[in-house]
Design a protein around this ligand. Sequence first.
Ligand code: AHR
Length: 522
Amino acid sequence: MRKLFLLFLVVSFGLLSISSRKGNSDPVNQLVIIANNPGPLISKDIYGHFSEHLGTCIYGGIWVGTDSRIPNTHGIRNDVLYALREIKVPNLRWPGGCFADTYHWKDGIGPPEKRASIVNTHWGGITEDNSFGTHEFMELTRLIDCDAYINGNVGSGTVREMAEWVEYLTSGSDSPMTRLRKENGREEPWKVRYFAIGNENWGCGGNMTAEFYTDLMRQYSTYLNNYGENRLYRVACGPSDYNYAWTETLMKDPGSRARFQGLSIHYYSLVDGWNNKGSATEFGEREWFRTMNSNLRMDEIIKGHKAIMDRYDPGKTKGLVVDEWGNWFDVEPGTNPGFLYQQNTIRDAVTAAVHLNIFNQHADRVHVANLAQTVNVLQSVILTSDDRMVLTPTWHVFRMFRVHQDARLLTTDLKCEEYEYQGSRITALSASASVDNEGKIHVSMANLNPGKEITVTCPVIGAAIKTVTGEILTADRMNACNTFEKPETVKTVQFRGFKMKDGVITVTMPAKSVVMLEVETK
Ligand code: AHR
């Protein structure tokens, strides 16, 4: 009924405004916002991040150790801490990624000098001293004030090892594991919200079939207890990309469905496939277009997996956990190919906006999402070099979009022109809107066209507008980025490119821009 009513509003407003523009040859770009009928909660956890033992994400990027000359709190660098707090990171996933299915947590507890080392076989083959382990990670989440998302080891671990990790972390009873935790300096159990049962077990996590993994997941999950008041949100390893068969296998069996709360999915955007990822900074419009095209596929991928989940779980009790997403380019020249270090430009900022708008729009099913990765790896929000730090354009988008966290999704209807490049076409705009618990409406939009300003009218239905303010992120070049020498080339500024009349906001979006509007209503 609610859907029908909204459809009626959207269609009637659309027809009205299109007919009023008859004779005008400009493309009709219109974003109708229905303000008085809020939809599902946009979980703050859609704005999560991912920090793997990979390259210099953990060692150097987050963890410098207590003896470092780089200012730190309990070994965690302060500049990174402040930057993560500012974007309100809601949850942080650790220790991998592929690394997770090689990680044995007991090697990372106890006196640092006594910890066993580990060779990071997936990422660069370097030897890590395990100085960053469970206690250090939990301290990081405390300092950022976010939920812990821990990824357990199915590929090379045991059921007992995983069960004991959960017990060590969250149990308040007297047991060998809790005594060990206390010996290591932590009296009280921690709270752990998210716990994943393996990572990419169809690939680096054990090369399993969906059937084999499903059986293992049922077994492992059986022993992941909820201790005291801690309630685990168990994440089963889901598919990547368009692997719908994997989702079907996990969802169809009630005995399997009963053992997890969320199903992960991984999707990375690539310019020309895995063998030709292209440079993060040296690119032309062809690569820009193909990146945007690849980004937009996230929507159809989510829709495909959602359709399967809807069949088996119409009540939407199981979440889709997009715990790895982002642009994957070639590493920066001269850096270790196993470290996945890439620069970040305004192209990545538009990518982030497109994804976050898609996740918002699917808030009924997408409970969690984690950008890959936090610092110095893939589409990171932060880059560091020794004691220097720079905030990437992607960081700025997360700062702008934090207002959507735990707000309610508003129904929107976007009709817009296409962005055409050499005969191929994609949508030129991306958008979503929400209303927070103070009644403020936030509208986030991105202009995917790097060469054309676009004007879009935004009728706000069901609310009387009092004031509108805005912020914008844009740049003069497609590959503009922030460097250690020039850290503020791409940054947000106040946005004045809009007009307001009779309940309609007319916004002029510069080429390659991300805009956030805040609308106060009467
Ligand atoms: O994020 C880098 C890697 O990509 C992760 O370790 C793995 O899960 C994925 O294949």
